[in-house]
Design a protein around this ligand. Structure first.
Ligand code: NAD
Length: 261
């Protein structure tokens, strides 16, 4: 069965991987609720572009993923505006890089809230509707850092390992309801999240931009190439298909071989 007419919520979809998920699902005829921060006009342009480009309905929620009540409100908004939430993609995420002894408490709390707890709150709000309709797909963007660590990323690595554990737990709980729950673990994807780390790393390590890209970032990635947002989104579309109905509780690496090492 095609995905046409299904309804999806994609958190953190005003840029990067999230926006690629929204576009790839819309291309399959899926109506989408997009979410995230950014310039108001730019977000409206993306929302309207999904409708005009793909002939689907697209709505926007400014819900802050650190706020459980706003997350529940976002799921309700999608149910009211689109009719249901059949597909939930937990994707919002932020990063902070610092030695553990200097790691600011508020950055720890923010990363755990956005990268891990928001997925719990969104899943909790969306599962009853999926159980009722007897079909659902829950996908979270984890990371190679859900499987292995890197120094100075204590909050991010902890949150992503947690997200992989949440994925497995919920997959078992809903397994008989035709709801699958999986996470996708990209290596380095060229998005604003990665671009923003480059100036600080250049300063901290006294390197050029090219050195940061090749000797710091891509050093972990055996293919020496960045993953593209579209490649990650294509996996999500596949996970939503009938062909993937027996894939649940999985953590799918898209990391150029990073975690094979
Ligand atoms: P990005 O910065 O381009 O996108 C992040 C999105 O999250 C944006 O839409 C932003 O507005 C939104 N966001 C941030 N804080 C929010 C909040 N409090 N409430 C709601 N939305 C919020 O980054 P990206 O690289 O596309 O990252 C998307 C996901 O992919 C993240 O979970 C990230 O950890 C994960 N990931 C990224 C990479 C990479 O190399 N880029 C690798 C592995 C995993």
């Amino acid at each position: 069965m095609s995905l046409k007419g299904r309804n999806a919520v994609v958190t953190g979809s005003t840029s990067g991987i999230g926006l690629a998920y929204a576009k790839a699902l819309a291309a399959e005829g899926v109506n989408v609720l997009i979410n995230g921060f950014g310039d108001k006009d730019a977000i409206e342009k993306e929302r309207a572009g999904l409708e005009s480009g793909f002939g689907v309905k697209a709505v926007y929620s400014p819900a802050d993923m650190t706020k459980p009540a706003e997350i529940a409100g976002m799921i309700r908004q999608a149910q009211d505006a689109l009719g249901s939430v059949d597909i939930l993609i937990n994707n919002a995420g932020v990063q902070h890089v610092s030695p553990v002894e200097d790691f600011p408490d508020e950055k720890w709390n923010q990363i755990i809230a956005i990268n891990l707890s928001s997925a719990f709150h969104a899943i909790k709000a969306a599962v009853p509707g999926m159980k009722k309709s007897g079909w659902g797909r829950i996908i979270s963007t984890a990371s190679a850092h859900s499987l292995v660590a890197s120094p100075f990323k204590s909050a991010y690595v902890s949150a992503k390992h947690g997200l992989a554990g949440l994925t497995k737990t919920v997959a078992l709980e809903v397994a008989t309801h035709k709801i699958t729950v999986n996470c996708i673990s990209p290596g380095y994807v060229w998005t604003p999240l990665v671009e923003r780390q480059i100036p600080d790393t250049m300063k901290a390590r006294n390197l050029t931009k090219e050195q940061v890209i090749n000797d710091v970032l891509l050093t972990a990635q055996p293919t020496k190439e960045f993953v593209t947002p579209e490649q990650v989104a294509a996996i999500a579309v596949f996970l939503c298909s009938d062909a993937a109905s027996q894939i649940t509780g999985a953590n799918i690496s898209v990391d150029g071989g990073w975690t094979a090492a």
